[in-house]
Write a protein that binds this ligand. Structure first.
Ligand SMILES: Cc1ncc(COP(=O)(O)O)c(C=O)c1O
Length: 405
């Protein structure tokens, strides 16, 4: 991979015709190290956020990797590159073939489910394996999230006890519970509230649970969305876990995606045309700007010019290169008022769900990646400003072959 000291270097060479994705693997390292130092359990990486090798490599220092995709390629990607990684297939609805391949070809033993039918599929495709870790996914409120995920997956608190009992009987290894509070969760207490509901269902089911997986949802900083310090999320999870009936013996897991990689990527795009406050770029909704266009989120942007512009900052809208009118981002993106055709702009904090969402629609989507060593965008991993709540150390009696209670 080509590298630059900073994206500004691109102004001095012939930039590719398409957009340039800037990768900053050192930002993944910073985020991964933060989670390793502060999260009181095992941190998996939700590969879907950015399947680029550099991201998994940096997160690879962590215990494990999560494949949240039903496609074999995501499981295979991690399994082949990182043979020692602990893999978990956390998509609650998988094809039979994907389950079978994950289990037989790549040794995956951890599967999420949110229905009895999916449990039956998992048991059938793994030949009735008794050593599975079966993780029951709950539907929890997405109220604290910029993008709630509650509607598609998960059992309700009322439905859960029956499925928990059934899954408990199906495995001699570990039974887990998981949820997702929604991506870009802005309220740390959403985790504690979710854990409270999950706990009620476990008590009602009368089963012992070995894994409490708090999912993803950990936020990044975007314009107009400055989350509370990350340590407040960890504190909320610690408190929620403490209050759970199974806390004495269960393992605590998390599956961050966005929070591990958001700061590690940006896009350098070229202005092809300006019409008033609208900039037509060589990248957009079907390239790396999915969240900016489809979710209408704002992202930090700056003009890359060898000689810095002295013009005032003005709000701009962006249009992508395809013919689709959905290929538009309202922003606003604050850029110097004298910006025009041929200028390069860098759009930051796109490491999560940026290049990962790109398509080849309308003949576009050819994106060159270059590595950069700088750290120009706001970070969640500076000094912690909130007080850390200690989680008492306790003896683990057993995490395997739990007895039914
Ligand atoms: C099962 C699962 N785990 C983890 C994640 C990562 O979520 P986030 O990027 O919000 O941290 C996702 C994303 O939707 C997911 O579906």
């Amino acid at each position: 991979m080509d590298s630059v000291l900073s994206p500004l270097d691109l102004t001095a060479r012939e930039a590719p015709d398409g957009p340039v994705a800037i990768a900053r693997p050192h930002r993944v390292t910073a985020a991964a190290e933060w989670f390793l130092a502060n999260f009181p359990g095992e941190t998996f990486y939700a590969v879907k956020a950015n399947p680029a090798r550099g991201c998994s490599t940096r997160s690879g220092k962590m215990a494990s990797a999560v494949s949240t995709s039903r496609r074999r390629t995501e499981v295979a990607l991690v399994a082949l590159e990182f043979p020692t990684a602990q893999l978990a297939f956390m998509h609650p609805v998988k094809s039979r073939r994907a389950i079978g391949r994950a289990f037989h070809d790549f040794g995956v033993k951890t599967f999420a489910l949110d229905s009895e039918d999916e449990l039956n599929k998992i048991l059938a495709e793994t030949g009735g394996a008794k050593d599975l870790t079966l993780v029951v996914r709950f539907a929890v409120s997405g109220d604290g999230a910029a993008y709630p995920l509650a509607r598609k997956f998960g059992v309700t608190e009322e439905e859960a006890p029956a499925l928990l009992r059934r899954a408990r009987q199906a495995t001699e290894e570990m039974l887990g519970v998981s949820f997702h509070v929604g991506t870009q969760c802005m309220r740390p207490d959403a985790y504690r509230t979710a854990m409270d509901g999950v706990n009620r269902a476990i008590v009602e089911a009368g089963v012992l649970v070995d894994v409490v997986d708090v999912g993803g949802g950990f936020p990044a900083i975007y314009p107009g969305m400055t989350p509370p310090p990350m340590i407040e999320y960890v504190n909320s999870i610690k408190q929620g876990f403490e209050e759970m009936f199974v806390a004495q013996n269960a393992k605590l897991w998390a599956e961050p995606g966005r929070a591990l990689v958001a700061e590690a990527g940006s896009t350098v795009a070229r202005v092809e045309l300006r019409k008033g406050d609208a900039l037509y770029l060589n990248d957009g909704a079907f390239g790396t700007l999915f969240d900016a266009t489809h979710l209408n989120w704002s992202f930090p942007a700056k003009l890359l010019r060898a000689k810095e512009s002295r013009a005032r900052l003005a709000p701009f809208r962006l249009y992508g290169p395809t013919c689709d009118s959905m290929d538009a981002a309202a922003g606003p993106f604050m850029l110097p008022a004298d910006i025009g055709e041929g200028d390069l702009i860098e759009i930051g904090s796109l490491g999560a769900y940026g290049t990962a969402m790109g398509t080849r629609f309308n003949g576009f989507g050819e994106t060159v990646t270059m590595e950069s060593k700088d750290s120009p965008w706001p970070s969640m991993y500076g000094e912690a400003t909130a007080k850390v709540v200690a989680m008492p150390k306790r003896k683990r009696t057993s995490t395997k072959k739990p007895k039914q209670v």
